[in-house]
Design a protein around this ligand. Structure first.
Ligand code: AMP
Ligand code: ZN
Length: 437
C-alpha cells in the first residue's frame, strides 16, 4: 500500500499535540465568535465573554448547540465575525424550504478549506498526474468549487464540467482520458445507465478513481459503482456549514473517513436528548469550526448520523474516522410503527445484481395502515417476456427487504430510464401520507 500525504506533519500529529492545538484554536474561535451579534448575545447569557472562559476541551459543553434554525435566524449577517472588507466569498443554502443560510469566507478561510480538501484528495492516492473531471454542481452549492480549488492546488488537470449534460460528460471523459471524477453516487449510476445509448463502452475511458458524496449511500452502492466502471470509489463528506466538501475523506484503506480534527472539533450526541454518545456508538455528528474567521460555528448540529472510529488507521493518519453516514436523523421513516432509514433499503436493493441504477421509496396511507412501495429499475436483459422470472425477482427483493426492515413492502420493477434521474442530490423518498390524511 502506497501512502502519500498532503501535509504529513498535520495529518500524522500525535494525539496530545493535536488536542493541545485544538484547545488553542477553540479558545481563538470562541473569541472570534464573540465578535458576531449572534454569539455575543448567546454566550453573554451564560457568562462567556472571552476565549479564556474555555479552559479545557471538555469546557465546550458549557456552550449551547447551534442549529440550522439559528443560522436561519442569523441571516443575513448576525453570524459574520469580520469586517465586510475581509469577506471574499459567500455560499448560501438553496432556501427552498424557508429562509436560506449563509456562510461567509475570508481569503484565509478559502485557503484552509482548499488545503483540507487537498488532504482528502491526496489521501486517495490521486496526484498531479491525474485528469480530474468535476461533475458536482458549481455555484452556491459548495460541491463544485470545493474540490475545484483543491485539485488545482494539487496540480491536476481540472475539467470543471459541473453536473448535467451527460453526453458532453462522456465526450470529455473520453477525449481527455479523465482518470478521476467527482459526482453524486446517483449521477455516476445515471451515467452508466446512459453509456450504451450514447455509443460508449466503459473501455473507452481511463477512469481510475471516483469521489462520491453529497448524499447518503451504502457500501453496496460503492461496490456496484466500482464493479460497473472498474475503478476505486472513495467516500467524501462535507456540508456547506462546515465549508463544503473536505470535512472527512476516505484514505486508500477505504475504511471510514478521516475527519480533520485540527479544523473541526468532533462530538457525537443522541439526536433526541443531546446526551453524549460513547465512542463507537451511533449518534448525530456535532462540529465546531477551529480555524474559520468569517463565520465561526460552535457545536453545530449536523443532523447526520454516524459513529466515530478511533482505531489507528494503516495509512498512519492520526485523525479519527467517521463511519459512512447512515442518513440524516430526520430521514428516519416510521412505517406502520416500524422505524427505518432509506439507506437500509438502498443497501438491500443495490446488493441484488439484477437491479439497475435508480430507485424510489414511496409511503402512502391505505385505510388506517401505511403502504410502503419500493420501485427499482432493473436491467433491460431481465425483460424477456418471462413473467415467472420477474415475479421470482420481485419476491426475492421483497424477502430481502423484509428481513432488513421487518415489514414487507410492495416491490415494483421498472425498465431502465422509467424513474426520474437527478444531476445533483437525488430525491428518493416520497412520503405522501400527510396529503392523504
Ligand atoms: P450541503 O450543505 O447542501 O452540501 O449538504 C450537506 C449534507 O449532505 C450533509 O449534512 C449530509 O447530510 C449530506 N452528505 C454530504 N456528503 C455525504 C456523504 N459522503 N455521505 C452521506 N451524506 C452526505
Ligand atoms: Zn487512513
Amino acid at each position: 500500500m502506497e501512502v502519500q500525504y498532503w501535509d504529513r506533519e498535520r495529518e500524522t500529529m500525535d494525539r496530545e499535540s493535536l488536542e493541545k492545538l485544538q484547545l488553542e484554536r477553540l479558545q481563538a474561535t470562541v473569541e472570534q465568535a464573540l465578535k458576531t451579534v449572534f454569539y455575543k448575545r448567546r454566550l453573554g447569557k451564560i457568562g462567556i465573554t472571552s476565549g479564556r472562559d474555555i479552559a479545557s476541551l471538555q469546557d465546550i459543553e458549557k456552550i449551547p448547540f447551534t442549529t440550522k434554525n439559528d443560522l436561519r435566524e442569523a441571516y443575513p449577517d448576525k453570524l459574520l465575525a469580520v469586517d465586510r472588507d475581509e469577506v471574499v466569498r459567500l455560499h448560501t443554502s438553496s432556501g427552498t424550504t424557508g429562509t436560506p443560510t449563509v456562510i461567509y469566507h475570508t481569503q484565509h478561510d478559502l485557503d484552509s478549506w482548499t488545503d483540507l480538501t487537498a488532504r482528502g484528495v491526496t489521501a486517495t492516492g490521486a496526484t498531479r498526474a491525474d485528469v480530474f473531471q468535476n461533475m458536482m454542481t458549481y455555484g452556491l452549492f459548495t460541491g463544485g468549487l470545493g474540490l475545484h480549488y483543491a485539485a488545482e492546488r494539487i496540480g491536476m488537470i481540472v475539467i470543471p464540467s459541473s453536473s448535467g449534460n451527460t453526453p458532453r460528460q462522456m465526450k470529455l471523459m473520453r477525449d481527455f482520458q479523465t482518470s478521476v471524477i467527482h459526482a453524486t453516487p446517483s449521477y455516476i449510476l445515471h451515467i452508466h445507465a446512459k453509456l450504451a445509448e450514447e455509443g460508449y463502452r466503459v473501455e473507452d475511458f481511463n477512469l481510475k478513481k471516483a469521489f462520491i458524496g453529497a448524499e447518503a449511500h451504502s457500501e453496496n452502492t460503492r461496490k456496484k459503482i466500482e464493479g460497473l466502471f472498474g475503478m476505486e470509489v472513495y467516500n467524501s463528506y462535507g456540508m456547506s456549514e462546515m465549508n463544503g466538501p473536505g470535512v472527512a475523506f476516505e484514505c486508500v484503506c477505504k475504511e471510514d473517513m478521516h475527519i480533520w480534527e485540527d479544523a473541526y472539533l468532533v462530538e457525537m450526541v443522541r439526536p433526541k436528548t443531546a446526551d453524549r454518545v460513547p465512542d463507537g456508538e451511533e449518534g448525530e455528528l456535532v462540529l465546531t469550526t477551529l480555524q474559520r474567521e468569517a463565520t465561526p460555528l460552535l457545536r453545530y448540529r449536523s443532523g447526520d448520523l454516524t459513529s466515530l472510529n478511533a482505531a489507528p488507521c494503516a495509512c498512519g493518519r492520526s485523525h479519527r474516522r467517521i463511519k459512512r453516514i447512515r442518513g440524516r436523523a430526520d430521514d428516519m421513516m416510521i412505517v406502520n410503527g416500524v422505524n427505518m432509514y432509506p439507506s437500509t433499503i438502498e443497501s438491500v436493493i443495490m446488493s441484488v445484481p439484477e437491479v439497475g441504477t435508480n430507485y424510489q421509496i414511496c409511503i402512502e396511507k391505505q385505510g388506517s395502515l401505511d403502504r410502503l412501495t419500493v420501485r427499482t429499475e432493473i436491467y433491460s436483459k431481465m425483460f424477456t417476456g418471462d413473467i415467472k422470472a420477474l415475479e421470482g425477482l420481485k419476491t426475492r427483493i421483497r424477502e430481502k427487504l423484509k428481513s432488513a426492515i421487518i415489514i414487507s413492502p410492495v416491490v415494483e420493477l421498472h425498465e431502465p430510464g422509467a424513474l426520474p434521474t437527478y444531476e445533483g442530490k437525488a430525491v428518493r423518498v416520497f412520503d405522501l401520507r400527510d396529503k392523504n390524511d
